[in-house]
Design a protein around this ligand. Structure first.
Ligand SMILES: *[C@@H]1O[C@H](CO)[C@@H](O)[C@H](O)[C@H]1NC(C)=O
Ligand SMILES: *[C@@H]1O[C@H](CO)[C@@H](O)[C@H](O)[C@H]1NC(C)=O
Ligand SMILES: *[C@@H]1O[C@H](CO)[C@@H](O)[C@H](O)[C@H]1NC(C)=O
Ligand SMILES: *[C@@H]1O[C@H](CO)[C@@H](O)[C@H](O)[C@H]1NC(C)=O
Length: 437
């Protein structure tokens, strides 16, 4: 009797401490599903309060998670975490309100370098450490091996290295017998590279080498626009036939103000719900780039309050940025795509064949569709790129790695936490517009 009481108490304590166990997410064919068979559409918010790790402060996560539930979000995206920290409380805070996480595996030190791309054991070990730290959370929806690794028209030589990373992270996931946590990529919206990159990461007869999903940072729908005018129509055209899920990993033009988020009606409605799996809005916190949905209070003098970094408070009680927050909330309140059930879809998913590997295009996509992927430890052979793609590929030499370190622009690109990336996206939209003209 006594023993029974004890074990009951222990059980109760354990269930209080552990997070709500949400149905897990998997990629099946070109869609995401909850493990209960319902299709998963992303209503997400980018969440990176500091350059470090926003998932270690229970109180802050709880405040934010509860407010995101009010907004109607079911997903966050986090760009950097510290795999040695404990994330139990924050992951529980989000799970308790039904919120899933898409997580970037790379950090400033391990991200791809488009000036001279390489993929090596230092990066892989760092990515593995993040997967080890997060795989056990039922609300981990998926991981990105990179964010905007290619931002220039001549950057496509980086793509094979990104795909090699996807291959190796998936192989690690299998070797550790983790569940099939979707592994994918988040790309910059460069119209002349975008469909080729998307198809390249998905193509090939060996599914173990292919991305489990593709996603895109899109800033095309600004102010009053429409499905036809914004460019979203092309997004759908280019996703047709893709055998893996695709979604928008950042969206939300901020000029003109206020942000109306009218694109949500297309993304989560009849225009796109059959090909796309939703979107993540950039971003939760109001900071210098002025994309915030909430703020933690007025700006302060950054020299007297270092926790505020650039003067924007990074913790506290969130208060809505008006009317942007309520504009998004009203859209999400009316948008409930149901898609298909897994049982109705799985037979069709099994018949899908991989999309063709894209051929090279003049002054654009420079990856040889038949070249094999780089091996771990390989650096781009610049001498071979004039003939396209990887050529024979050589193992990296110390000299090349030194050059890569010296040329590294990537930390700058990502260092402003998307400020620079955003500028590039805007430039790309303008280039796309010229191209369209
Ligand atoms: C499956 O789980 C999701 C997320 O919790 C929920 O929205 C959906 O209603 C569930 N579907 C079924 C059939 O229970
Ligand atoms: C790619 O283009 C940029 C700017 O347009 C240039 O600075 C860079 O050297 C080019 N890289 C290669 C490998 O050609
Ligand atoms: C992408 O869509 C555009 C516009 O519909 C089309 O011109 C282009 O051929 C498509 N590219 C690919 C690779 O599907
Ligand atoms: C991977 O490349 C980086 C940058 O060149 C270097 O710092 C690191 O030591 C390399 N790791 C290995 C295992 O070679």
């Amino acid at each position: 009797m006594f023993v029974k009481t004890l074990s009951f108490a222990a059980l109760a304590a354990a269930s209080i401490a552990s997070a709500a166990d949400l149905p897990t997410i998997s990629a099946v064919g070109s869609k995401f599903f909850f493990s209960n068979g319902t299709q998963y559409y992303i209503k997400g918010v980018a969440y990176q309060l500091t350059d470090q790790d926003p998932l270690i402060d229970k109180k802050q996560c709880t405040l934010d998670a509860n407010m995101m539930a009010d907004l109607g979000a079911n997903t966050i995206r986090v760009y950097h975490v510290d795999p040695t920290a404990n994330h139990d409380d924050c992951m529980a805070a989000f799970a308790n309100v039904g919120i899933y996480l898409f997580l970037d595996l790379d950090t400033f030190d391990t991200q791809f370098d488009q000036a001279l791309p390489y993929w090596n054991q230092t990066q892989l070990s760092a990515f593995e450490a993040v997967l080890d730290a997060f795989h056990g959370y039922s609300n981990l929806a998926g991981v990105f091996v990179a964010n905007e690794a290619m931002t220039m028209l001549n950057g496509s030589d980086t793509a094979p290295f990104v795909k090699a990373a996807i291959r190796d992270v998936k192989s690690y996931r299998q070797s550790k017998k983790y569940r099939n946590i979707p592994v994918g990529y988040s790309g910059a919206d460069i119209p002349t590279l975008r469909p080729m990159l998307q198809n390249y990461l998905a193509c090939g007869s060996n599914a173990a080498d292919a991305a489990d999903f593709f996603s895109l940072n899109v800033y095309e729908w600004c102010g009053k626009s429409s499905f036809d005018v914004s460019g979203y129509k092309q997004l759908v055209a280019n996703a047709t036939g893709l055998q893996i899920p695709i979604f928008i990993s950042e969206t939300g033009c901020r000029i003109p103000k206020p942000r109306t988020f009218d694109d949500q009606g297309s993304i989560l409605g009849p225009d796109m719900e059959n090909t796309w799996s939703g979107a993540i809005v950039y971003e939760w916190i109001e900071e210098a780039n002025d994309y915030g949905l909430i703020s933690y209070g007025p700006t302060v003098d950054p020299t007297s309050n270092t926790a505020a970094l650039d003067g924007y408070p990074r913790s506290g009680t969130p208060s809505p940025v008006s009317p942007d927050y309520s504009n998004l909330k009203s859209h999400w309140a009316t948008l409930h795509p149901t898609g298909v059930s897994l049982s109705a879809y799985s037979a069709q998913a099994a018949t899908l064949t991989p999309i063709a590997c894209p051929s090279m295009t003049p002054n654009g996509w420079a990856v040889n569709p038949t070249a094999s992927l780089p091996s771990l430890g390989q650096t781009l052979d610049l001498a071979a790129t004039s003939t396209g793609g990887l050529g024979g590929g050589k193992p990296s030499s110390t000299a090349k790695q030194g050059a890569a370190a010296a040329m590294k622009p990537a930390s700058v690109l990502r260092g402003g936490n998307e400020v620079a990336g955003m500028g590039i996206s805007l430039i790309c939209v303008m280039l796309g517009f010229l191209f369209w003209l």
